[in-house]
Design a protein around this ligand. Structure first.
Ligand code: NAP
Length: 249
């Protein structure tokens, strides 16, 4: 069976590793090409956009893809929309493998906002020391609030960084340990954490650390997703490939 995995997440990498062990499946992992040095994969990999819905349809037909698993990041809204449209057009079964969003716990001081612009506004007028962990793209939105100090953490260097007059950059890839996150925020005298609600374990440590330190956290809600069957664990995604009906996963 020819399978396309839309990736860019640790879940997609784990799924790829499990699929590589299945003799009857020829899978391709697709990445957008945002990360400069993507990690090596145990299955075939392709990199770069497809060229919208039409481009994706062309690719799916040309490669004879029979199943698609959308394992993109919960905030990769456009790719998920395109996958839903292309698979519906061609009648190819599509499954979303995604993380459950984090839920506010006792002790969390969350301000939940809908998007980056609302996150900037939620920081307020008074100068703050902000730990900004929203990824490489979208930093320019915070240029509208230059009164704050930003500790920015990304995997690759962000092009928008000079837009933030007062900042420090940390290049690092998760997972991170809670104690390290606490030390980092304490040493930098951080008073606000800004994060997408990305769900999953790999980057949750910062949320626990902020809770321990009593820090206010601005949490950006995930965008709505297309109406596609969703699973949250790799085994359920593998069952989908093993022809089980989606009702059974
Ligand atoms: P997006 O806004 O949903 O997608 C923009 C365009 O990038 C898509 O229309 C598509 O181009 C291309 N694209 C996205 N994911 C792709 C994939 N897996 N394979 C091939 N092309 C892809 O995506 P995004 O939010 O920029 O995220 C890009 C990648 O980074 C995704 O793989 C995602 O899983 C990963 N990621 C995103 C975030 C985040 O916060 N957004 C965080 C961590 C990782 P065409 O229209 O030309 O096909």
């Amino acid at each position: 069976m020819r399978v396309l995995i839309l990736g860019g997440t640790s879940e997609a990498r784990t799924l790829a590793a499990r699929v590589a062990e299945l003799p009857d499946i020829g899978a391709v992992l697709s990445l957008a090409g945002r990360t400069r040095e993507p990690q090596a994969q145990p299955i075939a990999m392709r990199i770069g956009g497809f060229g919208g819905i039409d481009g994706l349809c062309t690719y799916l037909k040309r490669e004879g893809i029979e199943r698609v698993i959308d394992a993109t990041h919960p905030f990769a809204e456009q790719m998920s929309r395109h996958a839903a449209a292309a698979c519906a057009r061609l009648g190819i079964p599509l499954l979303t493998l995604t993380r459950e969003p984090w839920q506010r716990q006792i002790g969390d001081k969350w301000s939940e906002v809908a998007d980056l612009d609302s996150a900037v506004r939620a920081l307020g007028d008074a100068p703050r020391r902000v730990f900004l962990t929203i990824g490489r793209l979208g930093l320019a939105a915070f240029a509208r609030a230059p009164q704050h100090f930003y500790l920015v953490r990304t995997i690759d260097p962000p092009a928008d960084l000079p837009a933030l007059p007062n900042h420090q950059l940390i290049l690092a890839r998760g997972p991170f340990a809670v104690e390290d996150e606490e030390r980092l925020m304490r040493n930098a005298a951080i008073d606000v954490l800004v994060s997408k609600n990305s769900g999953g374990a790999a980057t949750y440590a910062k949320m626990i650390a902020a809770r321990h330190l009593g820090l206010r956290t601005i949490v950006i809600a995930p965008p709505s997703r297309p109406d596609v069957p969703v699973v949250h664990d790799i085994d359920a995604a593998l069952r989908f490939l093993a022809h089980e009906t989606l009702r059974g996963v």
